[in-house]
Design a protein around this ligand. Structure first.
Ligand SMILES: NC(=O)C1=CN([C@@H]2O[C@H](COP(=O)(O)OP(=O)(O)OC[C@H]3O[C@@H](n4cnc5c(N)ncnc54)[C@H](O)[C@@H]3O)[C@@H](O)[C@H]2O)C=CC1
Ligand SMILES: CC(C)CC(=O)C(=O)O
Ligand SMILES: [Mg+2]
Length: 361
């Protein structure tokens, strides 16, 4: 039976990069027998402009009725004056919450062809293969109370709340341990247990869950050290598991180990295997509309979708191989280009991936 995919391009470079991933899906459908039905929807600033809300009801309904969602990115200067409650980013957070997408998998893998694209020395990053498991529907991005209040003195005070229940911690830890069982069997749980009670609880639950996985080596690291270690010696990590905000920050950091934030895909999964797939980067307003954004993170997110939500691992391998091929051919968008490389734009990169797919027929 045909699988339903909801396409949410969003804002900024979102439509440009999603367009290239859709070309890949069309190619798999038309040339490789992938049974998919694509539907378009609105989220973020684009949805606000059309409906006055960044996450319209019809988008939520479409997402619920889909097997998977492919999202570009949301946000931009145009919507920054709006109250936080209706900003584009709230549309994305709302969708994650509505679908219960608590498990965010962010693999940071260095393609050997890009060893010199990283700002770190090739020997520091070559062979890099880390999986960051980020909790996605809890923590300080969702905690209550939140807001800005005016004190009796007239001064304003802003506040957000970091909150996790034991069950929220346990389920994301289990995702990390299960992932590690399929990898190098090492989990590093990242927290700030020396300062924050909430993450002291996180560490305690991590140790308890770890007892169910005797084959997996569990370590703990404070987030400040983890950020430093990611840059100092990233290959020491196999699976890193952490809170919503720490994972957000550490994954941008890990992206640069692979050459560019334009290379990092992600899968956000709920308990029933339904998923949303998006590059880890944002809407990149500085390069939007110029046709220069790197579409590979979005194309690789499509590959994760094939693997995790569409039960089509063989098709995912085709996409991964096609991405390797275009990198081998020396094609580079500006963010991963060095002297001597063949510079291409967003559409040319997408077309090259499709050509590589077809050549592999
Ligand atoms: N998942 C999402 O939709 C996210 C949305 N945002 C939103 O995006 C907007 C911009 O945020 P920033 O902090 O600037 O982060 P960003 O990730 O959009 O951009 C950071 C830098 O990376 C570059 N970059 C990002 N993606 C790229 C790609 N595919 N190819 C080449 N270069 C790329 C940008 O040009 C920029 O210089 C904001 O409105 C923010 O709230 C930020 C992060 C995630
Ligand atoms: C709206 C933000 C929380 C999105 C983001 O930065 C991310 O998920 O990486
Ligand atoms: Mg982020």
């Amino acid at each position: 039976m045909s699988k339903k995919i909801l396409i949410l391009p969003g804002d900024g470079i979102g439509p440009e990069i999603v367009n290239e991933a859709v070309k890949v899906l069309h190619c798999l459908r038309d040339d490789f027998g992938l049974e998919v039905e694509l539907t378009d929807g609105l989220v973020g600033g684009a949805a606000y402009d059309a409906h006055g809300h960044p996450l319209p009801e019809q988008t939520v309904a479409l997402a619920r009725a889909s097997d998977a969602v492919l999202l570009g990115a949301v946000g931009g200067a145009k919507w920054e004056p709006l109250p936080i409650a209706v900003r584009p980013e709230k549309g994305l957070l709302g969708l994650r919450a509505e679908l219960g997408l608590f498990a965010n998998l962010r693999p940071a893998i260095l393609y050997p062809q890009l060893a010199s694209a990283s700002t770190l020395r090739p020997e520091v990053v070559s062979g890099l293969d880390i999986l960051i498991v980020r909790e996605l529907t809890g923590g300080i991005y969702f905690g209550q109370p939140r807001g800005v209040e005016t004190l009796d003195s007239g001064e304003r005070r802003g506040f957000n709340t970091l909150v996790y229940t034991e069950s929220e911690i346990e389920r994301i830890l289990r995702v990390a341990f299960d992932s590690a069982m399929r990898r190098d069997k090492r989990v590093c749980s990242v927290d700030k247990a020396n300062v924050l009670e909430c993450t002291e609880l996180w560490r305690e639950v991590a140790m308890r869950v770890g007892q169910d996985y005797p084959e997996v080596e569990l370590s703990h690291m404070y987030v400040d050290n983890a950020a430093m270690q990611l840059v100092r010696a990233p290959k020491q990590f196999d699976v890193m598991v952490t809170t919503n905000m720490f994972g957000d920050i550490l994954s941008d950091c890990a992206a640069m180990l692979t050459g560019s934030i334009g290379m990092l895909p992600s899968a956000s999964l709920n308990a029933s295997g339904q998923g949303m797939y998006e590059p880890i980067h944002g809407s990149a307003p500085d390069i939007a509309g110029k046709g220069v954004a790197n579409p590979l993170a979005t194309i690789l997110s499509t590959s994760m979708m094939l693997r995790y939500s569409l039960n089509a691992a063989e098709q995912a391998e085709r996409v991964d191989a096609a991405v390797s091929t275009v990198l081998e051919q020396g094609l580079r968008t500006a963010d991963i280009a060095a002297d001597g490389d063949r510079r291409v734009g967003t559409a040319e990169m997408g077309d090259a991936v499709v050509a590589a797919l077809r050549a592999g027929l």
